[in-house]
Design a binder for this molecule. Sequence first.
Ligand SMILES: [Zn+2]
Ligand SMILES: [Zn+2]
Length: 237
Amino acid sequence: MLEKILSQGLNFLFPSLCLECRSPLAPQESLFCESCLLRLPLAKSYCQRCGTLLSEELLNYYPKEKLNYCSKCLKNPPPYDNVYIAFLYQDPIKTLLHKAKFGENFVIAYQLGRLMQKIIDLPVKLYDFVLPVPLSFKRLQERGYNQSLLILWGYLGIKKPLNILQRIKHSRPQSDLSGKERIENVKGVFKAKEEFQNKRVLLLDDVMTTGATLREASKELKKAGAQKVDLLILARA
Ligand SMILES: [Zn+2]
Ligand SMILES: [Zn+2]
């Protein structure tokens, strides 16, 4: 409550401005005003089962905005069940996320989570666990925080620290590697505790590129007995 009063008070004295049009933001807005938000690179057409981006042309053939299955995941279904993607990994989201991750500007990560909530409003109560993809201890020490956890806090509007999915091995950054190397690089890096038996899990990650990390984490969760694993992605590369 106090936190809310303080932030509203601060917002009144120093209103944040929309990064695009510089108009003052309303308390429920984050980073961008509502009209600029609609001009951001939103992820409009993707396979909701595996997260593959689809050409906008496909939308002419499929009346629905999102496909339930694409040809790729019909052949080789992913270990997760549904994917929800807010943005394409393009500017200005790309630059903001870069600042959040490498510029120690962790407030931006929280604000991106709030912004994401405006695009995808999932019924989070339907999940037993809502978790960020964990970082290794070494990476956490280097960066000082897990950006995906801060995005999640912004998204949920509350802090819920949970340590039931862990990253037990340190691996090289996926961005340095090719597709095949990425799969090898994250093999066995996650460890899920026993609490996942028959549970529904929502897993949040900042960027999905090949999806290798998210596949590995989902596999581990299913192995631990999770009934359902859905992914919530800030940006799709
Ligand atoms: Zn604006
Ligand atoms: Zn698919």
